[in-house]
Ligand binder design. Structure first.
Ligand code: NDP
Length: 401
């Protein structure tokens, strides 16, 4: 039985649902639920009613509602592509109903940006005892970047020492200011303090304060800034030989100028303020006026390049590789009507789900992506739209920064 219930009907979900719909060999029935039924119905019409056989309204913050829905649908697996706030209620509902779980982002409490796995890792024993599996972070970063690390460790190194994940969006959507995935989560991530792992401890930096101009294959030179990203936490835990692990993301000057102005006037705050007798979080209001990331696909041009520089030891000698994917916004739009950031997240979610349903990646407990054999996942990336390359590099261009 390979019936799946997808929760959330935004940009990433549109790719997950359409890719699953294209692959009846893995997914024989797709059900879709979200806060706004009309968005589920629209996506169902686009993906085909013969493949998306049921749509439902659900408040995924409410465990009782989720349990009732899961009992009605009886899926083998819930694919959670709602927001990080819903991870724990959905995990609770999966435990209550005996269903496997997958997501693309770590749980976040609403009132403070944390980007850490502690809450979800605390579910490990309960999932294990129930004979259920939860796969965390099956997007691109986290997700593919974790699998790239596991693949490099398996095939290229005896020991990994240095790791720099680099995330470049070289595309142009023509908007003055827009985020490529949920604006609330995206802006929380970027405005938090920077953090990286070095010599056994986390080191902090001011937000967006460390810059390096980096040359990306297929894109060219782009300003890249050090950020904290959640996969660093699980990767350094699971590869304890790592001496330094960092994450870098590209931003254009116009994007950063907008962000600084908005931050300067308090519009990126998640602390609610009183507005005409109503409690409103400025960031939630900002999300409501920004372009919906799912709507950016039309006319979006250019490539993304996300990859990892890894330096380590093989047969007693130091070596460095760069392992990466280029993804073309326009090609994603032609295939599934989405931009590349939704696509690079949705395809890995579909692949993780397919491996779980086929029992290729299946063990009870709560797991991160790098804890499984990377080979079948890497094969499916090539097969389903995210081909990757590995190149030997003389020296990591970020080594001295
Ligand atoms: P969107 O905002 O486009 O979509 C989120 C969806 O979740 C919306 O349909 C929304 O409903 C629904 N939703 C929100 N709250 C609830 C609720 N309480 N009950 C039911 N449904 C709810 O976000 P994206 O598609 O851009 O992102 C989806 C997820 O993917 C996020 O967790 C994001 O962090 C993650 N992500 C991961 C990446 C990776 O590489 N690992 C990269 C990019 C994103 P409504 O339409 O009514 O608002």
């Amino acid at each position: 039985m390979s019936r799946v219930l997808v929760i959330g009907a935004g940009g990433v979900s549109s790719v997950v649902v359409k890719k699953c719909a294209m692959l009846p060999e893995y997914f024989d029935e797709i059900h879709l639920a979200s806060r706004t039924l009309a968005k589920c119905e629209r996506l169902q019409a686009e993906a085909g009613k013969d493949r998306v056989v049921g749509v439902y309204q659900v408040d995924a913050d409410n465990v009782d509602e989720l349990v009732a829905l899961i009992e009605k649908v009886q899926p083998a697996l819930v694919i959670n592509v709602a927001l990080p706030y819903q991870d724990l209620p959905i995990m609770d509902a999966c435990l209550a109903t005996g269903v496997h779980y997958l997501d693309t982002a770590n749980y976040e409490p609403k009132d403070e940006a944390k980007f850490e796995y502690s809450w979800q890792w605390a579910y490990h024993d309960r999932f294990k005892e129930a004979g259920l599996m939860a796969l965390l972070g099956s997007g691109f970063d986290p997700g593919v970047t974790n699998v790239f690390t596991a693949y490099a460790a398996k095939h290229y190194f005896d020991e990994i020492h240095y790791l720099d994940i680099v995330d470049c969006n070289g595309g142009d959507h023509g908007q003055a200011f827009a985020t490529n995935f949920n604006p609330e989560i995206n802006i929380r991530e970027i405005t938090q303090r920077g953090k990286y792992w070095e010599d056994g401890e986390w080191k902090e930096t001011d937000p967006i304060s460390v810059r390096k101009d980096l040359d990306y294959p297929g894109v060219g030179v782009r300003a890249s800034y050090l950020l904290f990203h959640e996969e660093l936490e699980s990767i350094v835990k699971h590869f304890p030989t790592i001496k330094r692990a960092r994450f870098w993301m590209t931003f254009g000057d116009a994007y950063l100028n907008h962000l600084r102005v908005l931050e300067g006037i308090g519009m990126t705050s998640i602390q609610p303020i009183d507005f005409n007798g109503q409690q409103i979080a400025p960031l939630e209001f900002l999300k409501a006026v920004l372009p919906n990331p799912g709507s950016l696909a039309e006319g979006y041009e250019g490539l993304t390049c996300i990859g990892t520089y890894i330096t380590g030891i093989k047969d007693g000698k130091e070596k460095t590789i760069f392992i990466y994917n280029n993804c073309d916004h326009a090609a994603c739009n032609r295939e599934v009507g989405a931009q590349a950031v939704s696509y690079t997240t949705g395809v890995p979610a579909m692949i993780g789900a397919s491996l779980m349903l086929e029992n290729i990646w299946m063990k009870p407990g709560v797991w991160n992506m790098e804890q499984f054999d990377p080979d079948p996942f890497m094969d499916r990336l090539n097969k389903y739209g995210l081909p990757w390359q590995v190149v030997d590099v003389e020296k990591n261009p970020l080594a001295d920064d």
